[in-house]
Design a protein around this ligand. Structure first.
Ligand SMILES: [Zn+2]
Length: 121
């Protein structure tokens, strides 16, 4: 969980968000709450941005996205992709985002940008 100021210059309301959370939709983790239960709890706690990061899959139940929006919560399509012993968090994801060809092209692009910046990754 992270909170950042939502207003300009650090003033104004704080934005409460969680960009790494699972639900019982997760194919690997045993979680005992649904996406809707998560939304209800998040709303009660004042969260305004969430990313449900299923393992190696993108959460894409459009009704949950619509319900989140109706509750004033921005739900970001996301995934948690396993890459050997590492994980990669993917945001603004779609079903193709966790496929090997998409990841390979993105990782090559990322490595190219890192090389251009002179930083090793
Ligand atoms: Zn996780």
């Amino acid at each position: 969980m992270l909170s950042i100021p939502a207003g300009e210059n650090g003033k104004g309301d704080w934005l409460k968000l969680d960009l790494h959370i699972h639900t019982l939709d997760d194919p690997k983790d045993a979680v005992d709450y649904s996406a809707h239960q998560l939304l209800e709890r998040a709303r009660a706690l004042g969260f305004r941005v969430l990313a449900i990061t299923l393992h190696d899959a993108v959460f894409d139940r459009q009704q949950v996205f619509a319900d989140a929006a109706a509750m004033g919560i921005l739900l970001i399509p996301a995934a948690e992709k396993s890459l050997g012993s590492k994980i990669l968090m993917i945001y603004d994801a779609c079903a193709h985002s966790v496929g090997p060809q998409f990841l390979q092209s993105r990782l090559i692009h990322f490595m190219f940008l890192a090389a251009q910046s002179g930083r090793a990754c």
